[in-house]
Design a protein around this ligand. Structure first.
Ligand code: PMT
Length: 226
């Protein structure tokens, strides 16, 4: 059907930050609000896709018409994505913590009054986008990542496309410049980086970015017969 071009396709979207516990009351996180990923999940559902949204802790409401799975850590998110497969398309918009604390404390770490400070030692989290892109079996036909950069946005995004093995990277500036401040805000300025080249879009609302991205995905699904 013309206005539901993604009918019958399963799409997985990740969104929001992850929280990586330090002890039972403290965690490491980032400023992602989930606005961009949630808007994308809603836009894809409007085009007929069956959408599984795997979301870190956010205050955004669950989008209507989307199955939303709530997770806290990067490891939980990786497992939920794995459990949601197979899918025709996967879009990783979540700001997944690159590192977690090695050996979360079982009890609240106490300040003992001596002035001694705890040392946090970090270990790398699983990379959800890279694992999806490099699957031998059951790789979604179209795997899309985001790149949150604070400098050399397009150069770093190009490098990320190659390193992670995904098909497209949606690059955005999370720094403090005029096109930055994307985390938590309502607008976004994105560059679509693919093997064919780079397409830079003007500053748009995240809802508009989502609608355009969903339409571009639908076109590719049609052209490539995904
Ligand atoms: O949530 P908002 O406030 O609306 O802000 C939107 C956003 C800025 C968070 C979003 O547009 C965005 O850029 N998301 C990706 C954020 C990010 O962590 O980028 P990265 O450059 O660190 O990671 C690159 C890609 O790898 C991303 O697709 C990320 O989801 C993925 N990744 C990263 C690490 C990891 N362990 N697993 C991953 O899947």
């Amino acid at each position: 059907e013309a206005n539901r071009p993604l009918d019958g396709r399963h799409v997985i979207v990740t969104s929001g930050p992850t929280h990586e516990p330090i002890d039972p009351v403290r965690y490491i996180a980032n400023r992602s609000s989930g606005k961009q990923g949630h808007a994308l999940a809603a836009a894809l559902a409007r085009l007929g896709a069956r959408v599984t949204l795997v979301s870190g802790p956010v205050t955004e409401p669950d989008p209507t018409g989307v199955q939303t799975i709530h997770v806290e850590t990067a490891r939980d998110m990786a497992q939920a994505v794995e459990d949601a497969l197979p899918a025709s398309v996967a879009v990783c918009a979540a700001a997944v913590a690159d590192w977690r604390v090695d050996g979360e404390a079982g009890q609240k770490i106490k300040k003992d009054g001596s002035g001694a400070v705890p040392t946090l030692s970090l270990v790398e989290n699983p990379d959800i986008l890279a694992s999806l892109s490099r699957r031998n079996q059951g790789r979604p036909a179209l795997v899309i990542g985001f790149a949150a950069e604070t400098e050399k946005v397009v150069d770093h995004a190009r490098a990320k496309l190659a390193r992670k093995g995904c098909d497209w990277i949606v690059a955005n500036d999370v720094g403090s410049g005029p096109d930055g401040g994307v985390m938590g805000s309502t607008d976004n300025t994105v560059h679509i980086v693919t093997g064919e080249g780079i397409e830079s879009w003007p500053k748009l609302s995240k809802i508009e970015v989502a609608a355009r991205l969903a339409a571009r995905i639908a076109l590719t699904v049609k052209e490539r017969n995904i």
